[in-house]
Design a binder for this molecule. Structure first.
Ligand SMILES: Nc1ncnc2c1ncn2[C@@H]1O[C@H](COP(=O)(O)OP(=O)(O)OP(=O)(O)O)[C@@H](O)[C@H]1O
Length: 615
């Protein structure tokens, strides 16, 4: 029985980012409470000064001084403790957000890559940027800033003239902060984008190190990187220079205001309008009032980068498809139905596949052949659900492929892409698809793929560590480990895109045996390639040219049609392949294949030449 799961929709207004931020609400309230107490405790110093100057010095009471000093010390201890706690809370908020959203953005990045998104791991870097800002002093500025008016009011209460000075200086410093933002926003954005581009170039160069070094491409690549990086550095310089001028101006203002407060205070003391204690307390209070503004200036670049990163993160989830918890369907038998599938490239709406239709039954193997760029690999991607048809339907056991829970369907699908895509870990973990390793299933898969012996001869056997992209293994070894991964836990539908591209004769024979065994187990097979070992196992052949099905039917009939076409045209080139495919003598597929040849059920496009398609 299929396990029913409720269908929930995450609306555009309520992304995972919004949900994570609202889950942090209680932590933000705690931060606000800490900030309230911290800012109250910051009054310790001015109150102490006020009392020492106006009470102790005038009365000479030593006990009062000792009591005041003791109380101040306790208050300052509490202040230090709360400040540390607040830092710990911000660090925890940052880590929690990263842990909560990291998997969301990793999954989003992987899915977006399928649609041609080139951002790579940038969303995770953006998330890290936001985390760093939260975990450092950045966030505390926002909680301390609202207390500036409270300090100004206290200064005003000491004397209105000092209050006016505090108010004016707060306004001037705020104006400088806004000017800093306005002047550095554009260069900060330019620097951010240019840095991303330069990093991506560097990553691509490192990934393709062999090609880069073998063909002397390094100087050219370094030059390109240098150009991208120069733009980033120039923008960083502009931003830092402008920001530096404004930070300098802010410091000057702060010191000037502090002097002015003392000067004004002294003048008011001389006029008998203010006590000396109030003069000192006013100066300290002013320092406290303006501290968050000055701190804001110094963390502005970090804030700006975090704001840009946050904007990108928000947009990414808003633009991502609606997430639906799919109903879990019963284990499929593996009947694949492709109905009038058309696929347009997302980038430029160029058609790659047009009206493709065919059916593959469980235990049946279909070989897809055709000239280069005919759409074979694209069709494979559609069949395994990593690309979605622009129109038409692909069904597995009658259910539309995008109606399956992607993770559940993945267990029933085996896929060997053209460039194999192995991960930098052990052979066994690769075969086990990076999940919980079931040793027995791993060895069974390797045996089905006829890769067990090969793996036994690797330096550490199944524990042999392979590099990113399969480095450390030969092309043929990669292909066979990839095949073992594809057949892990007996999937019902296996799609192999040119599985023998790197195989030697022994590898080809092993592949033929694997395909035969898989068919016997009732697995539906799609194999791209026209090598004899592939065609020998095919029950049907589908000829794909320019994205259209030119021929589809039982193997022998399609091969005969192709031979006939080659013969009548007299030019092998008119057959849309490099050469007419042939099948080797030792055709193991015939064993157990008792049905007579079915008619060619060509899904023939209306405008196809009639003599190309058997009716
Ligand atoms: N991600 C992509 N971005 C841009 N174009 C693409 C993409 N994927 C496929 N194409 C285009 O789609 C067409 C079909 O490509 P596909 O790889 O499916 O052909 P193929 O038949 O598998 O070729 P080959 O036999 O050379 O592997 C090509 O014109 C290719 O340029």
């Amino acid at each position: 029985m299929a396990q029913q799961a409720s269908i929930t929709r995450s609306s555009r207004q309520d992304t995972e980012l919004d949900k994570a931020l609202s889950a942090c609400r209680s932590a933000f309230w705690i931060m606000a409470l800490f900030s309230l107490v911290i800012n109250l405790l910051l009054l310790t110093q001015p109150i102490y000064m006020l009392q020492v100057y106006d009470r102790v010095l005038t009365t000479g009471h030593l006990e009062t001084l000792i009591t005041l000093t003791g109380l101040a010390a306790i208050a300052l201890l509490l202040l230090g403790a709360l400040d540390s706690l607040r830092s710990a809370v911000t660090a925890r908020i940052g880590c929690w957000l990263y842990n909560r959203l990291g998997p969301v953005y990793l999954a989003n990045g992987v899915n977006a890559r399928l649609l041609g998104d080139t951002a790579g791991a940038q969303p995770l870097r953006d998330l890290s940027q936001v985390q760093t800002f939260i975990a450092t002093q950045g966030l505390t500025v926002f909680f301390d800033a609202p207390w500036v008016p409270a300090f100004v009011i206290l200064i005003w209460m000491l004397h209105p003239v000092l209050g006016i000075l505090a108010l004016c200086s707060a306004i001037i410093l705020l104006a400088l902060t806004i000017a800093n933002d306005l002047l550095t926003r554009k260069p900060n954005l330019t620097a951010n984008l240019a840095q991303i581009s330069a990093t991506q170039q560097a990553e691509a160069a490192i990934r393709n190190a062999e090609v880069v070094c073998a063909m002397g491409m390094l100087p050219a690549i370094v030059e390109r990187w240098r150009n991208s990086n120069a733009l980033a550095q120039s923008a960083i310089r502009t931003s830092a220079e402008l920001g530096g001028v404004l930070v300098g101006l802010t410091k000057f203002m702060r010191f000037l205001v502090q002097i002015a407060a003392l000067g004004l205070g002294a003048w008011l003391v001389l006029r008998g309008e203010l006590s000396p204690g109030a003069m000192i307390a006013g100066s300290i209070l002013l320092g406290r009032a303006l501290a968050p503004v000055e701190l804001a200036m110094s963390v502005w670049r970090g804030f700006s980068s975090a704001r840009i990163a946050y904007g990108r993160l928000k947009l990414r989830l808003q633009n991502s498809p609606v997430d639906i918890n799919r109903t879990r369907l019963p284990t499929p038998a593996g009947r694949l139905t492709v109905e009038n599938v058309t696929y347009l490239l997302p980038q430029d709406r160029r058609p790659v596949l047009r009206n493709v239709s065919f059916v593959v039954e469980p235990g049946e193997a279909v070989a897809i052949i055709g000239p280069s760029a005919g759409g074979k690999s694209t069709l494979c991607r559609l069949l395994v659900g990593t690309a979605i048809p622009s129109s038409g339907q692909i069904r597995i056991d009658g259910s539309q492929i995008d109606h399956w829970d992607q993770d559940q369907l993945g267990q029933f699908i085996g896929y060997l892409p053209q460039d194999i895509e192995l991960f930098a870990t052990s052979v066994r973990e690769n075969i086990a698809r990076m999940g919980q390793v079931d040793d027995q299933a791993v060895v069974e898969a390797a045996m089905t793929a006829h890769a067990h012996e090969l793996i036994q001869h690797l330096p550490q056997g199944y524990e042999t560590q392979i590099g990113d992209g399969g480095t450390g293994l030969s092309g043929g070894q990669r292909q066979r480990v990839g095949l073992a991964r594809a057949v892990y836990r007996n999937p019902r539908l296996i799609v192999l895109d040119e599985p023998n591209a790197n195989l030697d004769q022994a590898g080809e024979s092993a592949l033929a045996a694997t395909l035969h065994e898989l068919k016997q187990q009732g697995t539906a097979l799609i194999i791209v390639g026209h090598r004899p070992s592939t065609l020998a196992q095919a029950d049907k052949i589908l000829l794909l040219k320019d994205g259209r099905v030119e021929l589809f039917g039982p193997r022998e009939q399609v091969l005969q049609t192709l031979r006939g076409l080659a013969a009548t045209s007299g030019k092998p080139g008119t057959v849309p392949m490099h050469k007419t495919p042939s099948v080797e003598e030792n055709d193991t597929s015939k064993e157990g294949h008792t049905e007579g040849p079915a008619p060619i059920t060509a899904s023939v496009p209306e405008n196809a030449e009639p003599n190309r398609c058997a009716q």
